[in-house]
Design a protein. Sequence first.
Length: 169
Amino acid sequence: MAETMTIEEYVSQTANPLDQMEAIAHSNEWGFDRRSSEELSIEIPGRWCDFSLYFAWSDDISALHFSCAFDMRVPDNRRNDILHLLALINEKMWLGYFGLWEEEGLPLFRHTTLLRGTECASLAQLEDLVEIATAECDRFYPAFQFVIWGGKTAKEAVEAAMIDTIGEA
């Protein structure tokens, strides 16, 4: 990214959303790894843990796949309970969904955006995607903890996660 250009100017000049996300990561001083022109990973801090963001771009279908994984492992003996929790959480989701990366046992938020017919994703769209994903991950992280380590049912965990607190203690 040229030193004299603002991030908005740079983003408006590139059609690959991964170039745009790399610029956003750079401007926020987030650690990132650009694996190829089709893959980008970014590490960012969350409220409860760090998040691993992964972006994959398919130029063929003009689609941006995005995932945000928790720094948490689901033990084998809690997988069925977590799968029930995922079903309950996903009923509450407006954008994206939660899944479980089976190989690693990692809960993650996923979303794919189709960009066909547009010149490129906007800076606001990409920032919103990351903001929404991290907010949902922060909101439901305790629910995963309640089920995995607290022995709560999926229903109890979701109900606890949905309580909005007011103010600070």
